[in-house]
Design a protein around this ligand. Structure first.
Ligand SMILES: Cc1cc2nc3c(=O)[nH]c(=O)nc-3n(C[C@H](O)[C@H](O)[C@H](O)COP(=O)(O)OP(=O)(O)OC[C@H]3O[C@@H](n4cnc5c(N)ncnc54)[C@H](O)[C@@H]3O)c2cc1C
Length: 381
């Protein structure tokens, strides 16, 4: 008699949940993904995709679709308050690390299409309110379903994770960020910088310039949480121009309503409880200085699907193997990104000296890129 496929319910239609749903369905699971919003959509402008995330997209069959129209910079540069380059990582050259930027909607749409191609069912407007280690999920509507595996990927404010009592640490980094997309136009930055990825630092403020398609550039404004004069629903342009006078045209071109997101770090006692696995920002959020929160969510979701599908042992053994395999690299990446975040608090002069020295360390450079250049577990299976 033909065996019924195992059932998975995935909670959350972000990068982590969508990847988990597609990867599990690819391994033969019968999967339903639940998103509480009325539609699955991207928030947050552009996104950096490194080799690890690109490898997952490749295995899910949507690599080319997602990178259609992507931008390839030649270097990631960090500049000080005088616009002097302190560090420069060459990218996308022969033998160098690969990173490209896309609009977030490209990534989300590609992952939805991957799920559809593998037979994932999508339920939007479907908010989960509780899960149990026995594998049951209750929704706001009052309906309860049960599954062989429940994947919780409901983001940083995960109520489901908290309901399971898995959180061991959640801390604010003390920084906030607003992201906008604006049209690429001549004169926003000097021509020599136009196509590159540039991080500008001045005092405790940080501005990220990221071309993300042929026509759009994504800008992130980062400041301390208590730097209220730099924040607002509309960018206080004069505040930012006073910190970055050389970026006046870019700052003046910034329009629209802003949302300020807190940078946080989360850690769990365990990534699973019974039949429930937790991943993405719900489990391992990190400040975005390495551009790896989404990359880690994708590789972790892909690794989960591999671990629970390629073991002859119980689900519990598969989940334990998954965590033992994936957690060390993800925690390394979290720690590294938290250390980079602290550089924003160093005054301009010592930071210039410090970063000039640090940028010469090839060991540090390799450590920084360890997750970005890693091969996802199960990549060749
Ligand atoms: C400023 C900034 C820049 C970043 N840049 C990068 C980058 O360049 N590269 C990179 O890889 N990462 C980057 N990241 C990190 C990346 O965006 C996150 O790590 C990633 O989006 C987390 O995905 P997720 O699926 O875990 O959570 P989310 O994207 O938060 O998705 C969670 C989903 O679950 C849904 N949901 C919540 N509760 C429920 C519920 N009860 N029932 C059903 N659905 C629910 C939500 O509506 C949402 O759709 C950045 C982050 C920030 C803040």
């Amino acid at each position: 008699m033909k065996q019924q496929p195992r059932r998975a319910e995935v909670i959350g239609g972000g990068v982590g949940g969508l990847t988990a749903a597609a990867a599990l369905a690819r391994q033969g699971w019968s999967v339903t993904l639940h998103e509480r919003d009325p539609e699955i959509r991207a928030f947050g402008s552009g996104i950096y995709l490194w080799s690890n995330g690109l490898a997952v997209l490749d295995r899910l069959g949507v690599h080319d679709q997602v990178i259609d129209g992507a931008h390839y910079g030649q270097a990631i540069e960090t500049r000080n308050n005088h616009n002097t380059t302190l560090a420069s990582i060459p990218v996308n050259g022969a033998g160098g690390v690969k990173v490209l930027t896309v609009l977030r909607e490209n990534l989300i749409n590609g992952l939805v299409d991957a799920g559809r191609a593998y037979g994932v069912e999508f339920e939007t407007g479907s908010a989960a309110v509780a899960v149990t280690p026995e594998g049951s999920v209750t929704f706001e509507s009052g309906r309860t379903v049960s599954a062989d595996l429940v994947v919780v990927a409901d983001g940083i404010n995960s109520r489901l994770r908290d309901g399971l009592g898995l959180l061991s640490r959640r801390r604010s980094i003390g920084q906030r960020c607003a992201r906008v997309l604006i049209d690429r136009a001549p004169g926003l930055v000097p021509d020599a910088d136009e196509a590159n990825y540039v991080e500008y630092m001045s005092g405790k403020r940080f501005l990220l310039y990221t071309p993300s398609s042929a026509t759009q550039v994504y800008i992130a404004f980062v400041c301390p949480t208590d730097d209220t004069s730099a924040q607002g629903p509309v960018l206080p342009r004069n505040q930012w121009i006073s910190s970055f006078p050389h970026l006046r045209p870019l700052i003046e071109a910034t329009e629209g309503k802003l949302r300020w997101d807190e940078f946080e770090q989360t850690e769990l006692r365990s990534w699973s409880s019974g039949k429930v696995a937790v991943l993405g920002d719900a489990a391992h959020a990190q400040p975005p200085y390495l551009g790896q929160g989404g990359g880690c969510a994708m590789t972790n979701a892909f690794g989960l699907a591999h671990a629970v599908s390629h073991t002859n042992d119980s689900l519990a053994v598969g989940l334990a193997q998954w965590e033992a395999t994936e957690r060390p690299l993800i925690e390394h990446t979290q720690r590294f990104s938290c250390r980079v975040a602290r550089l924003n608090n160093v005054p301009n002069l010592p930071r210039t000296a410090l970063m000039t020295v640090l940028s010469k360390s090839s060991a540090l450079g390799r450590s920084r890129l360890r997750a970005a250049t890693s091969v996802p577990t199960g990549f060749s299976a």
